[in-house]
Design a protein around this ligand. Structure first.
Ligand code: ADP
Length: 479
């Protein structure tokens, strides 16, 4: 049986700030079910230690002069043995894993995630002295990039895979940080970890991994060119033969409208009338007019520029005048939060804004809304549009990254062929977004056509089984 060490900075349900957690919380279990001997490695954040039963101690280790404990627990809802790096840098830091309450990165993030990387490399090369050693080290995003580079300092190197969930976060630090961390001098080179005179964590993965993967085929293509590559396009182009796009799946145990414990009213493609009960329940609970003659539009996600808020905000008045209702759930940049609240305050029966991170509410909005809005400027894969498809909440998306790979535009031809699943537009402009939304609303008024598209959307297979099989193929290839 192949042994896999899967390393991430977050995994649902132990700790989650975004899509990475959904993947790290699901893929290891599916790989385990497909026959791998898996360990998931995460930092033991305060929040995790507060929510799990007393974990076992696997080992007390000294990693590059830093004493730490390796704890073991099980990822809830799975049989994945999860190892936790216990050190005060994580365990004595409440709140968000990456930044303080004001959104400022923790000043010692380089030290914290270098420790995670060093531990992952030491376990993988046998330097940690554990009885268990992986055949494959699978790292995710910048926090774990150096782990891949560090395995190259050893003769005993496992196969390494590095997954880009987003290139937007590169883990950039200054040269003084590089020197303070006592990394080998040859890593300070533009063919290694240096990036325009800065120290880049993510390059550890991009340069040194046997395979670099990213979370959709289209995003794999986009990042090999400017502007998608964000300055790394040359490097990624040079690794094109080892760069693979594997679409994320969704966890059908967590996201299934027929059994979702967050919903008052369950439904499936054959019982779509019951979806409307969720709409009425949400309208009531949020104080919106309980009306079924207006489409309910939903937005769930981080309220940041990437998610296309610049396209949506100028159109709020026009959107509500369709007439339509809008519910927004998210947290993010203050200026977006304040503007959304301001508009909602002026239209209390038509618009509701919930500035919170609320898993249950995210499920309720997916079930209640008619149309989901995701006009992202870039989107490596995107999960919310996949949840929306599964919940029969037809998405309006921009043709970028994984959104373009997963939503089929309701053109007359796609409608006639029965392949349409949503509404896709190209230019990053409010006008193009609004035009797609108006097409969606027009189709929503044609109830029979809408139901047909809903049924097609709900029948799409974005299960992890398919994606996991692709990862297994990579794992079984040679270095
Ligand atoms: P990203 O990883 O860029 O944030 P994704 O669409 O890939 O975007 O994944 C976002 C995940 O985080 C989804 O599971 C989404 O439901 C969840 N999410 C984002 N914001 C919130 C929120 N405010 N409340 C609940 N869930 C949220």
């Amino acid at each position: 049986m192949s042994r896999l060490l899967f390393v991430a900075s977050e995994a649902f349900p132990l700790i989650k700030t975004g899509g990475l957690a959904d993947i790290a919380g699901t893929l290891p279990e599916v790989l385990r079910q497909q026959g791998m001997d898996v360990r998931l490695l995460l930092p033991a954040y305060r929040h995790i230690l507060d929510t799990i039963d007393s974990p076992a101690t696997v080992a007390e280790l000294d990693i590059a002069g830093t004493p730490l404990r390796l704890l073991a627990t099980q990822l809830p809802g799975t049989q994945v043995e999860t190892w936790l790096l216990d050190h005060p840098w994580f365990s004595q830091r409440p709140g968000n894993p990456y930044h303080d309450a004001g959104g400022q990165s923790w000043p010692d993030n380089a030290d914290r995630f270098m420790l995670l990387s060093r531990l992952a490399a030491a376990i993988s090369t046998g330097d940690a002295g554990l009885a268990w050693r992986p055949d494959v080290l699978h790292c995710n995003d910048w926090h774990t990039g150096p782990a891949v580079a560090l395995t190259h300092l050893s003769e005993q190197r496992p196969l390494t895979v590095f997954t880009i969930h987003s290139l937007a976060h590169m883990g950039l630090f200054d040269r003084a940080t590089f020197e303070r961390l006592h990394l080998p001098g040859h890593f300070w080179h533009d063919s290694a970890l240096e990036f325009y005179n800065q120290f880049s964590f993510i390059k550890g993965g991009l340069v040194y991994a046997d395979y670099v993967t990213t979370v959709s085929p289209n995003y794999a293509h986009e990042i090999c060119e400017a502007p998608g590559g964000m300055g790394l396009e040359g490097l990624l182009q040079s690794r094109r033969e080892r760069l693979v796009g594997i679409l994320n799946g969704i966890d059908h145990r967590v996201w299934n409208p027929a059994s979702d414990p967050c919903l008052e009213h369950h439904y499936d493609a054959a019982r779509l009338a019951d979806k409307a009960l969720n709409k009425a329940a949400l309208q009531r609970s949020l104080g919106l007019a309980v009306a079924d003659d207006r489409p309910l539009l939903g937005i769930v996600g981080r309220l940041v520029e990437q998610k296309g808020l610049e396209l949506v905000l100028p159109m709020l008045g026009e959107m509500l005048a369709q007439p339509a209702q809008l519910v927004v759930l998210g947290t993010g940049e203050r200026r977006y939060e304040e503007y959304l609240q301001h508009v909602a305050g002026a239209h209390p029966d038509a618009m509701s804004v919930i500035l919170a991170y609320d898993e249950t509410m995210a499920h309720r909005i997916e079930a209640a809304a008619d149309i989901f809005l995701m006009p992202s400027l870039f989107e490596p894969c995107g999960l919310n549009q996949l949840y929306s498809l599964r919940y029969g909440t037809l998405p309006v998306v921009r043709a970028v990254g994984g959104l373009a790979d997963t939503v089929v535009d309701a053109t007359p031809q796609a409608l006639a062929e029965g392949t349409a699943t949503g509404f896709v537009f190209g230019p990053p402009h409010s006008g193009a977004f609004m035009e797609a939304l108006q097409r969606a609303i027009a189709l929503w008024r044609d109830r029979d056509s809408w139901r047909r598209v809903q049924a097609t959307a709900m029948a799409q297979d974005f299960s992890w089984q398919r994606s996991a099989a692709r990862y297994m193929e990579l794992y079984s290839s040679a270095h």
